[in-house]
Design a protein around this ligand. Sequence first.
Ligand code: XMP
Length: 318
Amino acid sequence: KWDMGHFLKEQIKKIREQVGDGKVLCALSGGVDSSVVAALLYEAIGDQLIPVFVDNGLLRKGEREQVESVFKVHLKVPLITVDASEHFLVKLAGVTDPERKRKIIGHTFIEVFEQEAKKHDGIKFLAQGTLYPDVIESVSVKGPSETIKSHHNVGGLPDWMDFELIEPLRELFKDEVRKLGLELGLPESLVYRHPFPGPGLAIRIMGDVNIYDLDLLREADAILLEELKASGYYNKTWQAFAVLLNVKSVGVMGDNRTYDNTICVRVVEAVDGMTATFAHLPHDLLERISRRIINEVDGINRVVYDISSKPPATIEWE
Ligand code: XMP
């Protein structure tokens, strides 16, 4: 096991030697790895870092604000937030196929990221949160020459952006990255965050993605996370989220008949996400989650709990 204080000092020295007076571009996703990379680089090279956070409009409730507060307010990092939500939503309009959603989101991200990069002179490096398991995986699958841009969310950057790579986490496992994050002053809420897919809420809405459904899903999802955190189950599970099924069903509200949407609650336990079992949550917790979502989110009259494991089901619905 590494001594993180020592590792941090060594890395800072190494990064300074590698970078000289060049500038380093870094995309933040709000996840643990890219956050640790950005915090580490800022510690090493200060304003030579160009940290870019793209708001694709597919994030969870309050996620952008949380990332901004950690970096801008708490760590004083001059984070650049690009609000591209409308751009993403226009491109996604009417698209229902999961793989097409992923492709569109990937391409649009590259487009937006490239546009931002063009505004800055002197970029020589691109920082990435590649971890040791990623290194192993890409070497064995693709051979060393392709290890680079192949990580599943990035990839396909235009030729002019073929910057030299900085990958300060490539010798670390996830638990070590978390320790390093704490050492760098990142809050536990970020360091112990569940994984969140690059395509975000777009693959948690069955069918086409629009602003109305995104808001609906965000509200339900936020209630779920709030209840899981309050009951201590957030830290005992691998992932937890709400899915908007786009299945309408009949309900009653007072004297009226309703015909509204269904939310599926998905909470799983896993070690690495390759296999997973649904979490055996206490029934009173499930009841509270269901009652709150139905009472507090307009347009939802039914909540179901996903009791499938992986395999044969996947963790995500799309
Ligand atoms: P599945 O649904 O395949 O998910 O059981 C396994 C893990 O991968 C995440 N996931 C993704 N992450 N881009 C990502 O960055 C994606 O397109 C994507 N699809 C699934 C999922 O959240 C789970 O942690």
